[in-house]
Design a protein around this ligand. Structure first.
Ligand SMILES: [Ca+2]
Ligand SMILES: [Ca+2]
Length: 249
């Protein structure tokens, strides 16, 4: 191997290992040799959560980009991953319910018992239909708040057979623009959610610092699920459209 490439790979591995060390892991979440963090193994009744040790500052612009892997079993896979930003009083130990709640939310939107993460905003990558959460038959992405998985809107690329359990990494970006109070979410470079919301005032009761990370779980059905951080930018980029080298479709 050429020295340049070997040193480049060394640098990338070093960067990845530093990345993994920057996260608290809870329950079934574990740091992987490739520097990514596994949230659930391909086993039933798993719950894994990982939080970055550095909080977000919601008074400032940021864009977080990562790759997620939701498994390769379409029919027998479950349940999905959420990206979460929260100010739960449990801090870095905050957890939600397992199974369809993906380690983020609660069984029913009107039921406040059990574990759920709030106050919070989240984006779910849901790979299993649950009627209680108003899920469509296909895999989908949805914006969530305050530990409730129930949603009335979702994105599925207008494809009733949309599938995220396809054995490849999917690129995800979450952008917060405080000056216009706008959240934009991209999946594989397509806008899957854009909404105006005063997160600081309406969700976090005036607090500008928030914990962020990922949650995932499985139930009777299961998949390997993990994430890899790619970029955390705190200034707007000129590149609005970019290609993902990890996308192999
Ligand atoms: Ca579901
Ligand atoms: Ca699927």
């Amino acid at each position: 191997m050429y020295p340049f490439f070997s040193s480049l790979i060394g640098l990338l591995l070093f960067t990845h290992q530093v990345f993994a060390q920057e996260f608290h892991t809870i329950e079934d979440a574990v740091k992987m040799e490739n520097g990514c963090i596994m949230l659930t193994a391909d086993k039933p009744y798993q719950r894994g959560i990982a939080y970055c040790k550095t909080k977000l500052d919601l008074s400032k612009y940021f864009e977080i980009e990562f790759d997620i892997y939701l498994g390769k079993k379409n029919d027998n896979g479950a349940d999905g991953i959420t990206f979460v930003i929260h100010n739960d009083t449990r801090g870095f130990r905050a957890i939600g319910t397992w199974g369809e709640c993906m380690g983020y939310g609660r069984w029913n939107r009107g039921y406040y018992g059990g574990n759920y993460i709030a106050p919070s905003v989240a984006v779910e990558f849901d790979t299993y239909q649950n009627y209680r959460q108003n899920d469509p038959t296909c895999d989908h992405v949805a914006y969530l708040e305050n530990g409730t998985n129930y949603h009335t809107k979702y994105w599925n690329n207008k494809d009733t057979r949309f599938n995220l359990e396809d054995g490849v990494l999917h690129n995800f970006r979450f952008r917060w623009e405080p000056t216009i109070q706008q959240v934009t979410v991209y999946l594989d470079n397509v806008v899957v959610h854009r909404g105006k919301r005063d997160l600081v005032k309406d969700i976090f009761k005036g607090n500008t610092k928030a914990i962020w990370g990922f949650t995932a779980s499985t139930g009777n059905k299961h998949n390997l699920q993990f994430f890899c951080l790619r970029r955390w930018a705190q200034a707007p980029s000129n590149k609005n459209i970019k290609t993902s080298p990890t996308r192999r479709r």
